[in-house]
Design a protein around this ligand. Structure first.
Ligand code: NAP
Length: 257
């Protein structure tokens, strides 16, 4: 397999750091850049075979526009963004290089590939797409090849709906005005597990989750559905007991499981 030179913009931390470690172990020469590194993103674009953009979502479009024109035919421009439609379109627009969209469906702490999936989107060209796919598959990751639109539609469920629901839970608990220290004394195992997730979403990287929700092209559709379902659930309790809610849950269980 080709031992490529890879430049990771935003490789000083997070997912960029994750990919830098992975590719170094595979024998690639890896340069990482951040806002304060001596090597700039444009320097990396000039010397590397593959240039990977892995910066916060809000900075991604600007970085692609800046660096894209310096990544030329024969090289590859790739990204790790949690959204795929806009970044892949921007990479194609701003560069003549091969383009690969990539979204690992996990966070940077994952080192054990088993059970973890990575979405790859073909942008332009075949050689570098096959190169990165072969590396991930050799290590043991499962690859899902999808179009950017297909990816974003699924992420509207797996990330937008899921994280929005978690944020709503945290906000509703705060809105009750009951101190969490008090609530926690009555915690059940399921509540504890859910509150661990609420805490992670609210405290670890609120920007990432807000941008994942705001930036998905299917967010409006999926949140309208969510709003409709919450209203319906409330109306199902109008009878004064839980029978209508139970029947609705049984019908949904047949559909889902
Ligand atoms: N975190 C996840 O769980 C996860 C999972 C899958 C995909 N992703 C995607 O991976 C990408 C990176 O996310 P992350 O969570 O790894 O981000 P992060 O840890 O917050 O930042 C990654 C890198 O971006 C650089 N950076 C920060 N702000 C910047 C700016 N304004 N301009 C240019 N560079 C900047 C930082 O380098 P310096 O501080 O050295 O400048 C840092 O090394 C995002 O597109 C995200 O959607 C994240």
């Amino acid at each position: 397999m080709k031992k490529a030179t890879v430049g990771i913009i935003g490789g000083t931390n997070g997912m960029g750091r994750w990919l830098a470690d992975l590719l170094s172990i595979q024998g690639c020469t890896v340069h990482v850049t951040g806002r304060k590194t001596r090597m700039t993103a444009v320097d990396a674009a000039r010397v590397c075979d593959v240039v990977v953009v892995s910066v916060p979502i809000s900075a991604t479009a600007g970085v692609i526009a800046d660096v894209g024109p310096h990544v030329r035919k024969g090289q590859a421009l790739m990204d790790l963004t949690s959204l795929k439609k806009d970044p892949v379109a921007l990479m194609l627009q701003h560069s003549e290089a091969d383009v690969v969209g990539c979204h690992p469906l996990f966070g940077p702490s994952v080192t054990e590939p088993s059970g973890h999936n990575i979405v790859l989107c073909r942008g332009r060209g075949n050689a570098w797409y096959t190169w990165i796919r072969t590396i991930f598959e050799k290590i043991g990751y499962t690859i899902l090849e999808r179009t950017p639109g297909e990816h974003d539609r699924m992420m509207a469920i797996v990330q937008v709906l899921n994280h929005f629901n978690t944020i709503a839970l945290g906000m509703a608990i705060a809105e009750t005005g009951t101190p969490l220290s008090e609530v926690n004394q009555f915690s059940t195992p399921i509540f504890k597990t859910k509150m661990d997730i609420v805490k992670k979403i609210f405290t670890e990287s609120p920007e990432l989750y807000a941008d994942i929700i705001a930036g998905n092209p299917d967010t409006n559709d999926v949140l309208q559905t969510y709003e409709r379902v919450v209203s319906k659930m409330i109306s199902l309790l109008d009878g004064g007991d839980g029978s209508m809610l139970k029947e609705s849950m049984e019908a949904v269980a047949k559909k889902l499981f």
